[in-house]
Structures are given as C-alpha cells and as structure tokens.
Ligand binder design. Structure first.
Ligand code: ADP
Length: 249
C-alpha cells in the first residue's frame, strides 16, 4: 500500500524497575506525516515509553529504530542530533529574553541540548532571518519583540515548540502539550501540531480524548505496561478492552 514511512519503531520493548515490569512487549510504529497519540490510564507506562524512546532510560530488552538506525544503545544527546526531539528537553524558554532571542538562542545550538551563550552579536544577527522564518511558520512573528514571559500560556507553549523546531527534528515527542489549556489555546496548539506534522512525525501523550479524536492519525492505547489496542480513533474507540480500561466496567 501507500503507508507513509515508519520513522520510529519499537519492538518488544520492556523495562523492569527492581522486579516490577513497567513496560512489556511494546511494539510501536510512528510514521512520517502522522500525529500519533499514546494514551492510557495513569500508570499505564506512557512516560516510561517516552523515556525509553528518547534513551533517558535503557530498555531491559527490546529494540528501537530511528530512521532505519538501531538506537537501542545510543545516547540521548546523539538520538536528539539524529532527529528525535522531546519538547521538554529544551522547553525552558527564557522569560526575560524576547521571543525572537529565544528562537535565536535555540538556533545557535544546532543538534545540541546544552545551553550555550552567545558567541557574538554578529553571530546572533546571522540567525535573524531563520528565526523570523520559524516565528512566521508558527504564527509568532507579530510577538517577536515581546518578552517571552509576557506571552499567554498557549503562546508560550507555541514558543516552546518553536524552539524544538530549531533543532529540525524528524520525530517530535510532546508530553501532554495541551495540559491546563482552555479551548482557544487548544485550538492554537492543535493547528501548530498539524502544521508541524506535515513534514515530520509527532508522537504525543495526551489525556484529552476530544483532542486525540480530532487531531491524531493513529492511537496506541496502553494499560498496565502493555499495548491494549492500536489503530485510528474509530477503531480503538470501538475496542471492548479499551472501553473497559476507560470506563472500568
Ligand atoms: P504513565 O505515564 O502512563 O502514567 P509511567 O510510565 O509513569 O505511567 O509508570 C508506569 C509504572 O511504572 C507505574 O506503576 C510507575 O509507578 C512505575 N514506575 C515508573 N518509573 C519508575 C521508577 N523509576 N521506579 C519504579 N517504578 C517506576
């Protein structure tokens, strides 16, 4: 068929914590151009899977591939340079810097995750065209001279995502990107995620099932460390085991 390319995959992923199995037998395929949701009740293992995929945790067993490369034993920094970026890795925006400077700072550490300080104003200036292009693409160009700390909650989240885009990720992992947001901010961030996913893949943990139904092409449902169901929203929402997991009946 014409399925988009798998850019991130896990096979038989397992993680034990002192005898407790937090994640087991997890298979996952994240495809280019897709928005993929990881959902499930608290304690299902979603955060552990994110930590395994980004290599913050080593798997007890299993295999992870990014863009066709085995990254099961690759360091987090290298995985980020290869194109797998998690939003919170650099989500600390600098509230006392302007929106434009936040993006220029992000652009001057290509592939790196550590904070480096500006080498020179000239070096910073060279980044302005790219920074403005990025700000235009996320709809923040009108706010370029405002302090990041003065933005609304939703636009701060948009700026955070913009700083992750400075690393040019192929796969972007978002941890509850809509948490604590009202309708308007949810709509803004949803639009951004749609546009971000046009030429990369997005994997997100999200609790709001309305958002998941509206936004996501593919959904992996976890429960007690295992994949309970996977498919599009219509498929997983019809699944009896998913209904039981969510309704508890
Ligand atoms: P979720 O993100 O879906 O809520 P988590 O991945 O945070 O689930 O947790 C899955 C299970 O693994 C939970 O039972 C949790 O208590 C356990 N767990 C997570 N991290 C650790 C750890 N570092 N040590 C021991 N148990 C852990």
């Amino acid at each position: 068929g014409n399925e988009p390319l798998v850019v991130l995959s896990a096979r038989g992923l397992r993680r034990d914590f002192a005898g407790f199995v937090a994640v087991k037998n997890v298979d996952l395929d994240v495809r280019h151009g897709n928005i993929h949701a990881l959902i499930g009740p608290n304690g299902a293992g979603k955060t552990t899977v994110f930590n395994l995929l980004t290599k913050f945790l080593a798997p007890t067993s299993g295999r992870i591939e990014l863009l066709g490369h085995d990254i099961t034993r690759t360091s987090p920094a290298r995985v980020a340079r290869m194109g797998l970026v998690r939003s919170f890795q650099i989500s600390a925006i600098f509230p006392h810097l302007s929106v434009l400077d936040n993006v220029r700072v992000a652009l001057q550490r290509p592939g790196g995750l550590g904070v480096q300080f500006w080498r020179s104003l000239a070096a910073l200036d060279r980044l302005t065209p790219r920074a403005m292009e990025l700000l235009r693409s996320v709809g923040l160009d009108d706010a370029r001279n405002r302090l990041a700390g003065d933005l609304s909650y939703g636009r701060k989240r948009v700026l955070e995502i913009a700083t992750t885009l400075a690393l040019d990720p192929k796969v972007l992992l978002l941890d509850e990107p809509m948490a604590g947001m009202g309708h308007e901010d949810v709509a803004t961030v949803s639009d951004l995620i749609r546009s971000v996913a046009r030429d990369r893949a997005v994997l997100m943990v999200e609790h709001n099932l309305t958002v998941v139904a509206d936004l996501c092409d593919w959904i992996t449902v976890m429960q007690r460390g295992e994949v309970l169901a996977a498919g599009d929203y219509a498929t997983v929402s019809r699944d009896e085991r998913v209904k039981v997991a969510y309704m508890g009946t």
